[in-house]
Structure formats: structure tokens, C-alpha cells
Design a binder for this molecule. Sequence first.
Ligand SMILES: C[S@@+](CC[C@H](N)C(=O)[O-])C[C@H]1O[C@@H](n2cnc3c(N)ncnc32)[C@H](O)[C@@H]1O
Length: 222
Amino acid sequence: MWNQYYRINLTDQEIQRGSHRNQIGGKWNEIGELQFRFMKEQGLQPDHELLDIGCGSLRGGIFFIEYLNEGKYSGLDLNSSLIKAGQSEIKKAGLMSKKPTLLVNDSFHFNLFKKKFDYAIAQSVFTHLPVNVIQRCLIHLEQVLNPGGKFYATFFETESKFHVDPVNQPNSGGVVTKIDSDPYHYHISLFEYLIEGSSLQMEYIGDWGHPRNQKMISFSKI
Ligand SMILES: C[S@@+](CC[C@H](N)C(=O)[O-])C[C@H]1O[C@@H](n2cnc3c(N)ncnc32)[C@H](O)[C@@H]1O
């Protein structure tokens, strides 16, 4: 399998102890709040439909669910034990009444939610994915984004298209990214290529204050 998240299988006891908070990368509050603040700055309102792609155990999700109106949060992840941990976070935060929808799926089958979305986010997800899997994500996302809808994704950047050696990501606390294994880095032109001929338009946002130097890119549906 092409990323480490297939292997995580948390027991109920581990979930009770909160082990999932480290399994999805740590910095639980900092990165949770960072993505929430960012999406609000981009215009996310309580009545918008939000799709959280690779939502994990809801590091950002808990903030989004609290803010959004009932039924407006949809999260998808390939790992069922991380989703289970997310459900326990929802209970712990007293947010059951917000009725979020969580799905386990590893092929980005967003149509299973049976709705269209105004906003989507994939925080620290493309950083773990090979390009053909990112392509699958973008193709499925195009089908479920409302016209004018926006998708924000983080990635590790490399400055040259032709760079094959590992990259020590600056200001990342020691993250080393690679061209062909997790964590992956990409040149921005790759995303332009992936959406060519689609109804998506891309904007490079770059630095958005991520503590491991993940950059932000946005895709808007025309
Ligand atoms: C570093 S975690 C980030 C989780 C969450 N976005 C957050 O900020 O806490 C990466 C997540 O992406 C999920 N993931 C990786 N590949 C995926 C795929 N093909 N489909 C759905 N989820 C995926 C992993 O299971 C994991 O939960």
C-alpha cells in the first residue's frame, strides 16, 4: 500500500488514551486551529457544505463541526480506526447534535455523501500521496464541488521540476521529502498539468503558517 495510514489499527483503549492524536502527526490543537482559521479567512460560513478529505480523527474536524450548522460537515478517510477515534472526539466535545457525516473510503468516492460541496480541504493528505492518487482525488472532487466552490490542499513543494534527491524542507522541524515515497514533494506545475482541460482553476497560496512548511494550493470550480 502506498501510505502508512493503511497500517494504523488503534484499539478502543488506545483511542481512549488519545493515541490517535499523535498517529495523525501530533500538534493537535495547533494544526487543528490553523486549518479552521484559514478556512474562515477564505470565506467559510456556518451554512456552507464542507468536505474534509483525509479527515483522520478530526484534528481540524472538531473545530469545523462546532462552527458549521447541523449536517454541514462531511469527512472521509481510508482508515476506519482513525474515523472511530474521530467519533470519540465528537462525543467528548459534546458535538453529536451537529450530526456530521463520516465515511470510510480509500478511493475518494465523494458521491457517497449524496451532496455537493461549497468548500473542501485536504490538510496533510497530498503530502502522503503519489501523483496518480492525487489525480483520482481531483477527478472525483470536480464532480462534487458546486460552481464557485473551493478546494484547499496542502503539499510539500520542490522548487525544481527536475530535482530527484530528497529535500530537507526548510523550517519544518526536520522533514525530508522525496520524489517517489512518502512524504512526497511536488513542483507546482504538476497540479497545473493534473487539472488541464477540467473545470478547475488553480491558485498557488504558498505559505499559510504551517509548522512543517506545508504549502497551500487552492482549486476553484468554474
Ligand atoms: C496526516 S493525516 C491528516 C489528517 C487530517 N487532515 C488532519 O489534519 O488531522 C493524513 C490522513 O489522510 C488519510 N488518507 C491518506 N490517503 C487517503 C485516501 N486515499 N483516502 C482517504 N484518506 C486518506 C490518512 O488515513 C490520514 O488520516
